[in-house]
Design a protein around this ligand. Structure first.
Ligand SMILES: [Zn+2]
Length: 141
């Protein structure tokens, strides 16, 4: 097994906002490589297994909880994700923020239209602010 630097581990962990890329479970940063019974214990999983030609580069490495990592072996991400009702890995921290911003803007625009239609300019301002807040709280997953 490759030895990862803290910086690499951080990038791998952040690539899914600290969730297992197969089942979406939250992982505990400090329990990297910990025993299976530790809460949030995780391993670095090769998205495409080394046995099937995957590499050690950061694009091919994703955090996975110990039980997913063990049950995957040389199997396919899709099989394990399907078992958990998922079709893709959780979003990275940055992508998550981008999605939230986009939803916030869309929500603000809708709020301006609705609020403006009901109460004129002050309504547009309040409607925009409220809708942006609501949209921002929405989890993009
Ligand atoms: Zn998992």
């Amino acid at each position: 097994m490759a030895a990862w630097t803290d910086e690499e581990l951080e990038r791998i962990y952040d690539s899914t906002s600290g969730r297992c890329h197969l089942c979406g479970k939250r992982l505990a940063w400090t329990n990297y490589g910990a025993a299976k019974d530790k809460r949030g214990a995780w391993h670095v999983d090769h998205s495409r297994p080394l046995a099937r030609g995957g590499g050690d580069d950061l694009r091919n490495t994703k955090p996975a909880c110990v039980s997913c990592n063990c049950s995957k072996q040389a199997g396919h991400n899709r099989t394990i994700r399907a078992r958990h009702g998922r079709t893709r890995a959780p979003l990275s921290r940055r992508r998550r923020e981008e999605e939230k911003l986009k939803q916030g803007f869309a929500g603000a625009a809708a709020g301006v239209l609705i609020g403006g239609a009901i109460a004129g300019p002050p309504g547009a301002w309040v409607g925009g602010a409220v809708m942006a807040m609501l949209a921002h709280d929405h989890d993009p997953d």
